[in-house]
Design a protein around this ligand. Structure first.
Ligand code: 1SY
Lengths: 184, 184
């Protein structure tokens, strides 16, 4: 199945490879704890937050009234030998611009890249049928459910990522603010 | 179709993004030419060589009697804003350990990662049916053909990559040497 295959490639080619600790690098939780100690900050949650908007499209730069990357150091890049390349994997960190109960919270955040690549593929192909577009919602939900299952059933990844499924637009047609989605 | 979808994600999420020149970075050909001028070496071909073995499996480190990465500088890393992350993309360079007509040739080389992730997914799942395994060859060929088509039909990528489809084992059961595959 196509949607489950995308979830599976994302799990095997990226999340399972980089989130848990392996010989050669620390797991995500530990990298966040090191970051907190070094930068003297606090993360809202010690997991990778993966945005899964219903439009499948995440901007190249995440824009929000209450989140910023300006002046925020990324997580330490890890390098894995993958198919002949010493491949770098990097996660960026954002911080809330509004304190919550007096604390400025930080978060490791990114969009679900397979969905973005799929969106681009569908938009690029003139022959994308209306059926494919109809199936977009079904593909999104299958991807989300299968990915959730894979992460949960592999103990080393179980607590390392959090998928956030949301509507990219509010009912009034205005774009949803990612920061507000995270706070809700 | 799943195989074509993987080729399409590979094209949109990686090759189309990184091979041609874009605002912010040079195309692969130009990066190779800069490298040649700086390191005073010659590349066998000014393209990214993408290995597509019939086993779908490429070792984390490519092993060959006649190719080495030891002491070889990689291509310059490029950074692209992708779904909220300033993501690094890096290509490694190998050189032939035997001169050819008196020249030591260099080559930008890597395995087709979507095939590797797919292979891992199939091996991980206890429920992978024998039908899936039967389909492996079909999936491989469909992936290869569709990727070739996508690269060719987008002029900025047309001459930037070369797919090398080959048998991972010789007819006598011995593993095929990647370096020898490239020379043949
Ligand atoms: N956010 C994010 N950061 C990453 O570093 C990363 N690396 C992979 N992925 C996603 O995981 C999945 C499995 O990866 P795989 O390597 O099999 O396919 C990848 C891989 O074959 C190729 N590719 C992408 N980035 C690179 C890269 N830096 N070097 C080589 N190949 C790459 O193009 C495919 C599609 O990439 P994305 O569409 O960005 O999403 C991938 C994919 O959905 C990532 N997602």
């Amino acid at each position: 199945d196509y949607a489950e295959g995308m979830a599976s490639n994302y799990f095997h080619g990226y999340l399972k490879l980089t989130l848990p600790s392996h010989t050669g690098h620390l797991g995500l939780k530990e990298r966040i704890e090191l970051y907190e100690a070094k930068e003297k900050v606090e993360f809202a949650v010690k997991r990778l937050i993966i945005l899964v908007p219903n439009t499948m499209f995440v901007n190249s730069r995440i824009e929000s009234r209450i989140l910023t990357k300006a002046g925020v150091v990324p997580l330490e890049t890890i390098v894995k030998n993958r198919a002949g390349v010493e491949r770098p994997f990097k996660n960026d960190v954002y911080k809330f611009t509004v304190p919550i109960n007096g604390t400025t919270y930080y978060v490791a955040l990114e969009g679900a890249t397979p969905m973005l690549s799929f969106f681009e593929a569908m938009t690029y192909q003139p022959s994308t049928t209306w059926q494919m577009k109809e199936m977009k919602r079904e593909i999104l939900l299958k991807f989300y459910k299968h990915l959730k299952k894979l992460l949960k059933e592999w103990p080393p990844t179980e607590d390392e990522a959090e998928l956030v499924l949301y509507n990219a637009y509010k009912s009034n047609g205005q774009p949803q603010d990612v920061g507000e989605v995270l706070l809700s």
